[in-house]
Design a protein around this ligand. Structure first.
Ligand code: SF4
Length: 304
């Protein structure tokens, strides 16, 4: 057993079988890239819109590609359609239905996950997502990154933490499973500030979390900034220590979907250790065991 509640453990408990995520590109755009809010996107967002691991073609072709890609690794698995690139609620409900609904009838597909922004959730969209949650295993992913306005501005997320919280309240009201992304190592923050973001995640008791370190990817605005004015990036040891502290303050029921970044090797500038996912995960587990600790050790609230 891992000292934290991984998505794999969660899916074995829930479905009794391995569940994999098929990363799909639903051909959506993003208001932070198309000129509605801004044209450059979040500072760390690459040309694929934070979804580097999808393939080209229509959704049928993408599913076939993912099946083949994972065929040697997993047999007899169930899968979840994961709309990863760009903002997957940035369209009318009619278009969302056109793209999402056919997938629910695909063989072995047990659910749907969509990544989006907290400022792209209209009342109509929220109601549709609530309805989807009744019909399939559904969750939504929001890029929180940080609760601190100075960091949100540095990252050019394009909307405030207050707006984020308003959307979270609407999602909670509709009982929609919500997962948040958090970034450690934003140069505007110290350790205490990073952990305050995790404390917020803990207090809200989100269903899931993804954490990764800030890394420099070639096709981003962050790279241009870093090239001109390099700033310190987290060392692997510092990052591992932060993740361990974060896991301790998260509720033991929060599902941990990711604890490392996943930069494409060909685009990664720094830090180089970011591609060594297995070693980072190994160090996190080792560190927790050495401290005789685990996820939730310092959590004081009530489980969901
Ligand atoms: S919201 Fe997502 S897709 Fe849009 S710019 Fe930011 S990271 Fe990229």
């Amino acid at each position: 057993m891992k000292p934290y509640r991984s998505f794999n453990d969660f899916s074995m408990e829930t479905f009794g079988r391995k569940v994999v995520k098929y990363s799909l590109d639903g051909n959506f755009s993003c208001p932070n890239r198309d000129g509605t809010l801004a044209s450059g996107g979040c500072i760390f967002c690459g040309s694929a819109g934070a979804g580097e691991f999808t393939s080209k073609g229509d959704l049928k072709a993408q599913i076939a590609f993912q099946k083949e890609l994972l065929a040697n690794k997993w047999k007899d698995n169930l899968w979840i359609a994961y709309f990863q690139n760009f903002t997957n609620t940035y369209a009318s409900v009619e278009i969302l239905k056109e793209r999402f609904e056919p997938l629910l009838c695909e063989e072995s597909c047990v659910g749907l996950a969509i990544a989006t922004r907290g400022d792209c959730l209209s009342e109509e969209v929220l109601d549709y997502l609530a309805e989807l949650s009744q019909r399939t295993f559904f969750w939504i992913e929001l890029g929180l990154q940080s609760i601190h306005e100075k960091s949100i501005e540095f990252l050019r997320r394009g909307y405030s933490h207050q707006r984020f919280e308003e959307s979270v309240a609407e999602l909670k009201k509709r009982k929609i499973r919500t997962l948040v992304h958090v970034i450690f190592g934003v140069p505007t923050e110290n350790e205490e500030e990073m952990l305050r973001t995790v404390q917020y995640v803990s207090d809200v008791n989100f269903w899931g979390i993804k954490i990764h370190n800030l890394y420099i990817q070639r096709d981003t605005k962050l790279y241009k900034l870093y090239e001109k004015n390099p700033f310190p990036l987290l060392e692997q040891e510092e990052y591992v220590d932060l993740v361990v502290k974060a896991l301790e303050i998260l509720p033991s029921g929060t599902v941990i979907h990711r604890l490392t970044g996943d930069p494409p090797r060909r685009l990664l500038i720094a830090p180089k250790w970011s591609t060594d996912k297995l070693n980072t995960l190994y160090q996190i587990e080792k560190n927790l065991k050495e401290r005789n600790s685990r996820q939730g050790k310092k959590w004081k609230g009530e489980e969901r």
